[in-house]
Write a protein that binds this ligand. Structure first.
Ligand code: PMP
Length: 377
């Protein structure tokens, strides 16, 4: 098997799974229970949270566990909207967000919030002048993802923060950092809120977190019992949390070294793809190498993905969460419908080998030629 869909999800690493299994077996108590078994679980929960907080240089109280980035995004956007609606009802998002953010915005628009979509330039970078113009006195939130899930375009969060705060110091900045964490270094102090998922960093599925700066207020989306966190009541998912902490610790190691290696694999693919005159490479100077997006132009991406799957090679259309739709990100950058409706995402990992890329390129050639002949018949 050649797996090149690491941005959709990653395999759980051995150490992380081991940590999950050990916690499940050895810590049976509910962390909210007052007896010894509960206290033992609570202590482990606290130490996992401390480990995560230390790794991100934030406070333990600023971390809320969720079921994943979708829930974190919901809690961030809806939580801010409900907590600050008396201050203002204006929210700004980029045109390069994950579909989950747009769905939340549609909901917020339906209950009376005004959503503005900030422009980006032809390299995918946020248009700073447009952002400056859009921020108003009633702008309660700006949400801009750190790395776009389809094209890998990264945004300079620190600069974006400065622009926003200069216009309105009370406007809150949320960033969906799901595709950034474990790939590039992120400074949590550049944002007020940040969403992420464990399964993108070789952790288990079903756990994520929302970082919330202590000054930010959020209206909870869930109500229930449990003393651990008012924003996410109920029994803490201890094995998921402990193994998530381990996944984060491993993911933050050797970022530069891993990026350098992945860059070489990315360049190898791009160089080979230059021989296909019709194919367009949707890569800008801000794209990180882990995510490589291309447009086949004359072949339906679904057809191509399934033909590659027959060779045991796994890729994505735009994102796993929006398969079949036009790529909003490629459209926002290139403004070309054919290009945006024929995209394929090849996502790489430090686990990817040069041998896998060589084999992938051979299968790519074979499948492409076969389908191209069919198209041209
Ligand atoms: N945001 C981004 C940028 C993503 O790539 C994804 C996953 N494709 C999500 C949010 C949603 O994450 P999850 O499936 O863990 O809820």
């Amino acid at each position: 098997m050649i797996y090149l869909d690491y941005s959709a999800t990653t395999p759980v690493s051995f150490e992380v799974l081991d940590s999950y299994n050990r916690t499940t077996k050895e810590f049976i108590g509910n962390a909210n229970s007052i007896h010894g078994l509960g206290v033992k679980s609570k202590d482990l929960l606290n130490s996992a949270t401390k480990q995560i907080a230390d790794l991100f240089s934030v406070m333990e109280s600023e971390i809320t566990y969720t079921s994943g980035a979708t829930e974190s995004n919901n809690l961030a956007l809806i939580g801010v909207a409900l907590a600050y609606h008396k201050v203002g009802k204006h929210i700004i998002v980029s045109k390069l967000e994950h579909p989950s953010v747009y769905k939340i915005c549609d909901y917020l628009a339906s209950i009376g919030f005004e959503i503005s979509y900030v422009n980006n330039d032809s390299e995918g970078l946020i248009d700073f002048d447009d952002l400056k113009k859009l921020v108003r006195e009633d702008t309660i939130l700006v949400s801009i993802c750190a790395v776009n899930s389809e094209t890998g375009v990264r945004q300079p969060l620190k600069m974006i923060r400065q622009i926003i705060k200069k216009e309105n110091n009370n406007t809150i900045l949320h960033s969906d950092i799901t595709q950034a964490i474990g790939k590039i270094s992120i400074n949590f102090h550049d944002v007020d809120l940040a969403s992420m998922s464990a399964h993108k960093i070789y952790g288990p599925k079903g756990i994520g977190l929302l970082y919330k700066n202590e000054r930010v207020r959020l209206e909870p989306l869930l109500y229930g019992s449990g003393k651990s966190n008012d924003l996410h009541p109920g029994t803490p998912a201890l094995p998921l949390i402990v193994s998530f902490a381990k996944a984060i610790r491993i993911a933050l190691n050797d970022l530069d070294k891993r990026e350098h290696f992945i860059e070489r694999l990315n360049e190898k693919i791009c160089k080979e793809l230059e021989y296909y005159p019709v194919i367009k490479i949707n890569k800008t100077k801000y794209s990180i190498p882990h995510i490589l997006n291309i447009s086949l132009m004359n072949i339906r991406p679904e057809t191509f993905i399934h033909a590659m799957e027959e060779q045991d090679v796994y890729l994505s259309t735009n994102t796993a969460c929006a398969s079949g739709d036009i790529s909003t990100s490629v459209m926002a950058i290139y403004n070309d419908k054919v290009r945006a409706s024929s995209t394929i995402r090849i996502s790489l990992s430090y686990l990817t080998t040069t041998d896998e890329i060589n084999k992938f390129l051979n299968y790519f050639k074979m499948v492409y030629e076969k389908l191209n002949i069919l198209v041209n018949k």
